[in-house]
Write a protein that binds this ligand. Structure first.
Ligand SMILES: Cc1ncc(COP(=O)(O)O)c(C=O)c1O
Length: 462
């Protein structure tokens, strides 16, 4: 029997992103797809296996450059999502040049059992730019695999198998990564996932189930839950989380210091998934620099220069313990083309001071959003660090009721005005632009959001 999964529970789907099954989505297509775009859209619909969130798509793209994506009709959008690959900007000419040079130099793929100069230089560079104590790397094609390498290394290093992760987190769609992810959307219907994956609440100071408003109370409760598990589940290999949540919720330094200390006390490693937050996004090269140094750092997305699929882990010397086992036996482990792209991306971020730019422009943008919050009751909270920002839209500030329908309309209005942004958890508009975005592009983006929210508050429907 072939069973089709249904889409009747919008809550589950909206956890990760905006959904493609609503009436507003249909209206968006009707209004915005030209005949040419519709032709390719229909073929995409016909020839790809559908999965929720991915197909049907929003629109058909022809180009991407810098902070912008461009559709088939030449309409440009400032891209606030970019799937996290566009830290140095889409189609960064310096990255493209480095990749072209590597193509001309004659070594692209490097068979396993051999190494090559770009791959070695890259591992050396990562040891230099990550915090002290992160010394050795392993690379692979995608983020989900990198998360799984980190988990497998932690399991080998500790001789244990259980993990603690956070509800609502996303660590990738592969079986191992989805097992520690906190969304039913990616694990439901597959039967038993990897055993031993336990979860706790992420410290959310704006929305938490206990009604706490003081940071220290939220931190204490979350740490209490973690310690309780560590005490009662002695086989704990690792605690894995994103330093900052995707929405974003920014935990206190005290929280992560507490987690690290508990991990050390009970013998569990700390793994930070910086697949989104690494390479300058939060205003530092790595988000962990705001908090504590993890035992294993996971990187991906922008690591490939916005061009190549590439990810990896960086761990301390003492975790170089897998002579007898493989935790990342990947065909593209030392792909020279990917390494050339990654080296160029890192050099570009350093040379153009994109970390500092993200910190400054992020702080400026938040100030503007706080001003918008004074005039728009729909904005419950604006939060972020660097260019990792979220606007939590609420229909009632007191009850913090999520303004899910309004958020979707705002998202489509923004798109039509030239701003591509994604909603997470249904109501949180997330802003993660390329780090090359200028202040005037950011101002334009905030103006568009201001207009779109204003129109919805005046009762305009989509
Ligand atoms: C935090 C985080 N971890 C892991 C992943 C998985 O990366 P990939 O899609 O490259 O497998 C993602 C992708 O969105 C992510 O955002």
């Amino acid at each position: 029997m072939i069973r089709r999964s249904d889409n009747t529970d919008p809550r589950i789907e909206r956890e990760q992103g905006d959904v493609n099954t609503t009436d507003n989505r249909r209206k968006y297509w009707e209004r915005n797809l030209s005949a040419e775009a519709k032709k390719w859209f229909d073929e995409d619909n016909k020839y790809f296996l559908h999965q929720s969130l991915s197909t049907p798509v929003l629109n058909v793209l022809a180009k991407a450059r810098g902070s912008y994506i461009e559709d088939l009709d030449g309409k440009k959008y400032i891209d606030m999502h970019g799937n996290g690959v566009h830290n140095a900007g889409f189609n960064n000419p310096v990255v493209i040049e480095a990749v072209k040079k590597q193509l001309d130099d004659g070594l692209t793929f490097c068979p396993r059992r051999y190494t090559n100069i770009p791959a070695v230089k890259l591992a050396k560079k990562l040891a230099a730019i990550t915090p002290a104590g992160l010394d050795r790397s392993l690379f692979c094609p995608g983020g989900s695999e990198a998360v799984e390498m980190a988990l497998m290394l932690a399991k080998q290093a500790t001789g244990r198998f259980k993990t603690i992760s956070f509800w609502d987190s996303f660590h990738g769609a592969g079986f191992g990564a989805a097992s520690v992810g906190g969304e039913e959307h990616f694990s439901g219907g597959f039967g038993p996932m990897v055993p031993g994956a336990l979860r706790v609440e992420f410290p959310n100071y704006y929305r938490n189930p206990w009604g706490f408003s003081r940071q220290q109370d939220v931190d204490a409760e979350c740490l209490r839950q973690i310690e309780l598990i560590l005490k009662r589940e002695p086989e704990m290999a690792a605690i894995i989380g994103e330093p900052i949540s995707a929405t974003p919720v920014i935990p206190s330094k005290r929280f992560w210091q507490g987690v690290k200390q508990l991990g050390e006390q009970y013998g569990a490693l700390l793994i930070f998934d910086e697949i989104i937050e690494g390479f300058g996004r939060t205003g530092k090269m790595f988000a962990c620099e705001h908090f504590v140094t993890p035992d294993i750092l996971v990187i991906g997305k922008s690591f490939g220069g916005g061009l190549m699929p590439f990810a990896g882990i960086v761990a301390g010397e003492k975790y170089n313990v897998c002579r007898h086992r493989s935790v990342g036996h990947y065909t593209h482990e030392k792909n020279a083309l990917c390494a050339a792209a990654a080296l160029a991306e890192i050099a570009y971020i350093e040379e153009h001071k994109l970390c500092e730019h993200a910190a400054e422009l992020g702080a400026y943008t938040l100030k503007r959003l706080f001003k918008l919050q004074e005039k728009h009751p729909l904005i419950g909270q604006a939060a972020g660090l660097g260019l990792h920002i979220g606007i939590d839209l609420v229909s009632d500030r007191k009850t913090q009721k999520r303004a899910t329908e309004e958020a979707e309309i705002i998202m489509f209005k923004c798109l039509e005005k030239g701003l591509s942004a994604k909603t997470i958890e249904g109501n949180i508009l997330t802003l993660r632009p390329a780090l090359v975005i200028t202040q005037s592009e950011m101002d334009r983006s905030v103006d568009i959001i201001d207009e779109a929210i204003g129109e919805v508050e005046q009762g305009k429907k989509y």
